[in-house]
Structures are given as structure tokens and as C-alpha cells.
Design a protein around this ligand. Structure first.
Ligand code: AMP
Ligand code: GLY
Length: 424
């Protein structure tokens, strides 16, 4: 079958790597892809949100499956676009319907969904411009730190953890009155701060049943020891040692099962990945957020541990037979280290030549933001290349990834040397 993968980051590079290994894949296209995805398929210059162009490409090239990497096309309704079109209905789209994508597209929707389905999450209330005064009174009555979240998609920037009431109110007002996050901030969720360790859990669901995928820990801060500004993710580790049977059982019964049942009960079509961002608060799991896609850079570590062919899993998602599938997961540890541009997550240069990829000894290089110009591989964004290693020990995987990170060069290159160290 011919497959179209949408997206252009490290997550999509990892998907392209995995999908291209399947004997069932008779042609892989990546829209738009990057310099790395060229090794696994053919890049096509189409934006993941240009549904009309995607339609034309899919029909002209006899594509039978579309795998959606990022959230934006899902939130904009790519699943429904295919369902409603007689020429596209037969094509499998791996991802939720527009209603399902609201779990990520609106934090207020996600909170209400969790409340309706008794899924543990931080206490919260949502306010708009009309209810700003009540919102201020509400903030003043809560403990600090307190979490302020723009309701809509804000490219991972819409969350502020305020350590004082004054800061919280300032941020709250600037989102609602000064449009700090544009449309995404038309509503604001004020949420209790949860103290604990964060982790990412992933399931693949056909809307009735699910397969549990390997969990991962994401390292979000720019600096070693989890300091400095938030980023899109500086590295990941899978498995996460504290996820033992007891914790996993709680996650399944209190969170995953009620989530799938809730979607069914509310008639929400969902055939794709659910990424559950969790906080482990003294052994109890709480949902921090849902995402309707895989995580980045978690995917790079997670896919490295999935031994099974991923295409039969995708087919069974479409056919509603995921309960008939087994998934083989490698017991080893995968570590991903993200090489980023100097200055990231703030202003940084792009278009700089990358060298040394051919010298890697251990890692698979999953390109995140690269482009291919004049026969050279160049940087094209903040997060440049994710290096993923798998090994029998976390220590060795982390050491190998760090050693290989030293073998790639571009001006200003930066990476964290402590990915996974807190888990050893
Ligand atoms: P989100 O965009 O919802 O993933 O939030 C971004 C980050 O903010 C999360 O990954 C957490 O590190 C942090 N965060 C969000 N909500 C909370 C909360 N209720 N308590 C503590 N930290 C939070
Ligand atoms: N790694 C977090 C995310 O993909 O949103």
C-alpha cells in the first residue's frame, strides 16, 4: 500500500523510518518532510493543512493511508474532510475526527471531558473576557504557584506557571485583554499546580479498544538539571523506571479506560494516537493534558522500542480490530538527545551547514528541522536533529547518544548532556 505521512519534524522522521521498514509499505511520501525523511521515502512539497492539495495528491498517487503527525491538521478536521468526500472515504486516516481532536484543540473541552468522565486531573475553572473580574477573584482565592493556560493551540507556549498572585493576574489579563496568544487565548483555564514527576503515556485506539505503547519521559527545559526556558523538548527516555505494574494499573483503570469509554459514550470518532501527559503525584496519576498525536521527542524513543510492524496496527485501527493485535515491545532502553541551534528556544540562526552525520557510531539520526540545499544538509529551525540510541542499560544508551552528539557539527550546536541521568 502507498502511504502519505504528514509533517516535517523529528516525530515524522521516526515515523518515516518505522513505516518504511514495513513489507506492506509499497511507497512512502512525506508532506513536506525534511532532509532526513528523504532517506525513507519521497518528500512532497505540500503543507499538512492544505487539504485540497492533499486530496489531489492522494488521488493522483493512489494513496491508501494517511498518517497524520502533527495536531494542526487534526484540529482543522482532516479526518472529517476525508470522510465527507466520496473520493476519499475509502482512504485510511490515522488520527481522530475534528471532535476528538478537541481534546488537544481546547483545554477547556479537555477539562470538561475529564470532569464528565471522572478522570483525575488538576482542579480548574475557565474564564473569558466577559468573566475576567470573576477570574481575578478566583485566582486570588487559590494557592500559588498556579497554572494559567490559553484554551487553544499556542504552539506549546500557552502555559504559564505563576509563582505569585500578582504575576498570575497579570498573565491572565494579558492573555484575555492584550491577545498575548491571539485567538488561542479567547478563553483561559486557571488550574491548580500539581507537584510531581511528569511522564508521557501513549495509546493507539480504534475507538473501542486500545494498544498501550511504551511510555516516555520528555525533558522540556533548555538547561541541564531541568533549568531555564521551556522548549519543544530536549530529549526523551523510554521506558520510565517508576512506571511499575501498580502505577500502570492505576493509569489504565483511572485514565485510559474512562477516556476511551468517554469518547464512545459521547459519540466521538477516534482512530489514532492519544498522548496522555501525566503527573505522578505521590504514586497517583493525574492528567496534565491530552494530545491527539504522538509526542516529539518521545516518538523517537517510543518507536525505537516497538518491534512489531506498525502498518498492521494502523490497518486494525481503521478496521476496528485493534483488540486482535499484539504489540511486541523491546525491553531495552531508548534515549533521544536533541541537537538544537544556539539561542533556541529564543532567536537563532538557520541555514547553517550540518556535517558529521556519517560518523555516528550508535545513534539513528532523526532529522527535526533540516533542509537539503546545494547538496548540503542545513539547519532549518530550533530543534535540528534527534539522536536516538537503544541499549540494555539506560546508562549506556545515554552515554552512546551523548558521544554521538559530539560527532555532529554545526555552528552554535547545543544539547543537554544529562538526558536520563535523573532516572539512573
Ligand atoms: P501543557 O501545554 O498543558 O503540556 O503544559 C506545559 C507544561 O506545563 C507541562 O508539560 C507541565 O510541565 C506544566 N504544567 C501544566 N499543567 C500543570 C499543572 N497543573 N501543574 C504543574 N505543572 C503543569
Ligand atoms: N513532547 C511534548 C509534545 O510533543 O507535546
Amino acid at each position: 500500500m502507498k502511504i502519505l505521512l504528514l509533517g516535517s519534524g523529528g516525530r515524522e522522521s521516526a515515523f518515516a523510518w518505522k513505516i518504511s521498514q514495513s513489507p506492506l509499505c509499497k511507497g512512502l511520501f512525506i508532506a513536506p518532510g525534511n532532509a532526513g525523511t528523504r532517506s525513507y521515502g519521497k518528500n512532497v512539497n505540500i503543507s499538512p493543512t492544505d487539504f485540497e492539495k492533499i486530496k489531489e495528491f492522494v488521488i493522483d498517487n493512489d494513496i491508501k493511508m494517511v498518517v497524520v503527525g502533527p495536531e494542526e491538521p487534526l484540529v482543522k478536521g482532516i479526518y472529517d474532510f476525508f470522510q465527507k468526500d466520496l473520493n476519499l472515504q475509502h482512504i485510511a486516516v490515522i488520527g481522530p475526527s475534528k471532535d476528538g481532536a478537541m481534546l488537544e484543540g481546547s483545554k477547556d473541552f479537555a477539562k470538561e471531558f475529564m470532569k464528565r468522565n471522572q478522570i483525575p486531573t488538576a482542579k480548574s475553572q475557565t474564564f473569558t473576557k466577559e468573566t475576567i473580574e470573576t477570574g481575578i477573584q478566583y485566582i486570588n482565592k487559590q494557592k500559588v504557584p498556579i497554572v494559567i493556560k490559553a484554551d487553544g493551540l499556542a504552539s506549546g507556549k500557552g502555559v504559564i506557571i505563576a509563582s505569585t498572585h500578582i504575576e498570575a493576574i497579570e498573565e491572565f489579563k494579558s492573555i484575555l485583554l492584550d491577545n498575548k496568544f491571539g485567538e488561542a487565548g479567547a478563553a483561559v483555564v486557571i488550574e491548580e499546580f500539581l507537584q510531581g514527576i511528569e511522564l508521557s503515556m501513549f495509546v493507539l485506539t480504534d475507538g473501542n479498544n486500545y494498544l498501550l505503547l511504551p511510555e516516555a519521559k520528555d525533558y522540556k527545559r533548555i538547561g541541564e538539571g531541568d533549568t531555564g526556558l521551556n522548549t519543544g523538548g530536549m530529549g526523551s527516555v523510554s521506558p520510565v523506571p517508576f512506571v511499575d505494574d501498580t502505577f500502570l494499573q492505576k493509569v489504565k483503570t483511572k485514565i485510559i479506560v474512562p477516556t476511551i469509554l468517554g469518547l464512545k459514550k459521547e459519540n466521538i470518532t477516534y482512530k489514532g494516537f492519544i498522548f496522555i501527559g501525566l503527573m505522578n503525584v505521590a504514586g497517583e496519576p493525574y492528567v496534565i493534558e491530552y494530545n491527539v498525536r504522538m509526542g516529539d521527542p518521545e516518538t523517537e524513543s517510543v518507536l525505537m522500542r516497538i518491534k512489531s510492524d506498525i502498518i498492521p496496527l494502523f490497518i486494525s485501527v481503521t478496521q476496528g480490530t485493534i483488540n486482535s493485535q499484539d504489540i511486541e515491545i523491546l525491553p531495552q532502553t531508548a534515549v533521544t538527545i536533541m541537537l538544537v541551534s544556539g539561542g533556541y528556544p529564543q532567536e537563532h540562526l538557520t541555514g547553517l551547514e550540518i556535517t558529521g552525520i556519517e560518523n555516528l557510531k550508535y545513534a539513528i539520526p532523526f532529522h527535526a528541522s533540516t533542509s537539503f540545499q546545494d547538496d548540503k544538509i542545513k539547519t532549518a529551525g530550533g530543534r535540528v536533529i534527534a539522536l536516538t540510541c537503544i541499549s540494555d542499560s539506560l546508562f549506556e544508551a545515554s552515554q552512546n547518544a551523548t558521544t554521538d552528539a559530539g560527532r555532529i557539527h554545526f555552528p552554535g550546536k547545543y544539547f543537554r548532556k544529562d538526558i536520563g541521568i535523573d532516572l539512573m
